[in-house]
Design a protein. Structure first.
Length: 113
């Protein structure tokens, strides 16, 4: 069975879309890990009644609990926004992949006739 140029292009598009989806899933996973770490830091900071420190580069600085909590909560909001954006892209790619697969199945069925 010989595959025409158009079909080869569609297969390459499908493979590219699958790779893009994998990259998105890796990004999402990294942000989810960062989100978990940030949430844990917020919990620990809220429990603390003593001194709080934050690490900046290679040094540790004493900071106000309120400032650190504010900074961590802002970071959490930003990460959540990034995850939502990735999830939207993921949905779009999933739909695109489904359409590619259906289209390719139809073309293969036509070729077998």
């Amino acid at each position: 069975m010989k595959i025409d140029k158009n079909l080869q292009d569609k297969i390459q598009e499908l493979q590219s879309a699958e790779q893009n989806l994998q990259n998105l899933l890796l990004q999402k996973q990294a942000f989810q890990i960062e989100l978990n770490e940030t949430e844990s830091a917020i919990e620990e900071a809220e429990k603390s009644s003593g001194e709080i420190y934050k690490i900046i580069g290679q040094i540790m600085l004493k900071s106000k609990k309120e400032d650190i909590l504010k900074e961590l909560k802002e970071k959490k909001d930003i990460i959540n926004l990034r995850i939502k954006a990735i999830e939207k892209q993921e949905q779009i790619l999933q739909t695109k992949l489904e359409n590619f697969k259906k289209e390719l199945e139809e073309k293969f069925k036509e070729m077998k006739k």
